[in-house]
Design a binder for this molecule. Structure first.
Ligand SMILES: [Fe+2]
Ligand SMILES: [Fe+2]
Length: 360
């Protein structure tokens, strides 16, 4: 029997037994192991899809795909201070990639993805660096000193649990995407101030599209966890929402003026966070009662909640049908991709249904 035959046989028995194992709850530990396998295989397949479909549609180069000689030399100072802040936050990519890959190195799909993700994030720093230099806002020696100072500090994981870090990246990628998309809008509407700049607009748009792709990957991976491990995911979500702050807040030396400019220009703020990050994520997670979720978040601020200590069952907060529909369409997409690529026989990625009534 070849390795792939063994795998397929294991897969076939697994698909059958997970449904039975969960419905009859014959063995809780075995049920958990198999649900974890469903999550891991789903994410590994999503990673393959990302590399084959998502990444090639966003190939760009920070040096050759932008007309750097045409960028304005009189862009407003606060816009450039914002770009410098974005550049600063993107300086900690080596930490983001190393810390997360280290945390998840045993998990094939997630650690492989973090390497791809890190390489995409690295070009964001290159692009912002080019804006700062080509616009005349900063000189190369100044930026070299600034980068050295930033890189003498290091970013540490805000959460040590892999699931909490996954949810953290969902929030962080969405918030970053909004920052960049709103910068693009600000630059495109800048005609009255005489500062409209197609080069900067294209830079912001290009990075925002990358951030959407990252957000969608992490979101799908989180929804898979929510579907198969609702209580654990609710506890992690509540904790992350309770303590979320953007990365590098405490390690970028000139963070305050950056944030002030960001808020003044309407690129970010508490209202934007609530409407465009929190509410959107609630919709995607099928949150049917925001107040109840909020109660869990409040409880998390004072108590380290775990899956067993939740004040509410996930079905009181999330709409199971919505989550199930999302998971079904994710697996349909992955299955189609595997069929088209001719790898379906190797992986056979398919949804194995789970019933929350028998959860954990
Ligand atoms: Fe980025
Ligand atoms: Fe990103």
């Amino acid at each position: 029997m070849s390795v792939s035959d063994e795998f397929i046989e294991d897969k076939a028995t697994t698909a059958h037994d997970v449904v039975l194992g969960v419905c009859h709850e014959a063995n809780a530990a075995e049920s958990q192991r198999r649900r974890q396998q469903c999550v891991d295989r789903g994410i590994a397949s999503l990673y393959r899809w990302y590399v084959a479909r998502s990444q090639p549609s966003r190939q760009w180069n920070a040096d050759t795909d932008f007309r750097w000689k045409e960028i304005r030399r009189d862009l407003p100072e606060d816009i450039l201070a914002i770009v410098q802040g974005f550049y600063a936050v993107e300086q900690f990519i080596p930490d983001y990639a190393a810390e997360l890959t280290g945390l998840l190195r045993k998990n094939y799909g997630r650690s492989q993805f973090y390497l791809k993700w890190g390489s995409e994030e690295a070009r964001h720093a290159d692009l912002w660096q080019n804006v700062l230099l080509a616009s005349g806002y900063r000189t190369l020696p100044w930026l070299e000193d600034y980068s050295r100072e930033l890189r003498s500090r290091s970013w540490e994981l805000p959460f040590d649990d892999p699931l909490e870090m996954l949810i953290y990246t969902v929030l962080q990628e969405r918030a970053t995407q909004i920052n960049y998309a709103r910068l693009r809008t600000a630059v495109s509407q800048c005609g009255q101030e005489g500062c409209h700049d197609p080069v900067l607009e294209l830079a912001a748009k290009t990075i925002a599209i990358d951030e959407v792709a990252h957000f969608e990957f992490f979101l799908s991976a989180t929804i898979l966890h929510l579907y198969y491990f609702p209580e654990r995911t609710l506890a992690a979500l509540a904790r992350v929402l309770a303590f979320f702050e953007m990365p590098a807040v405490t390690i970028v030396p000139d963070y305050e003026p950056f944030i002030e400019a960001l808020y003044r220009r309407g690129l970010f703020g508490k209202k934007i966070y609530y409407a465009e990050v929190f509410k959107l994520i609630c919709r995607q997670f099928g949150v049917s009662d925001v107040r109840k979720l909020d109660n869990c978040v409040k409880a998390s601020r004072t108590t380290q909640l775990d899956a067993a200590g939740l004040p509410l069952h996930p079905s009181q907060i999330f709409d199971f049908e919505t989550i199930q529909e999302t998971v079904i369409s994710l697996f349909q997409r992955l299955g189609r991709f595997e069929q088209e690529a001719g790898i379906y026989e190797m992986f056979q990625t398919e949804l194995i249904p789970f019933d929350w009534g028998k959860a954990e």
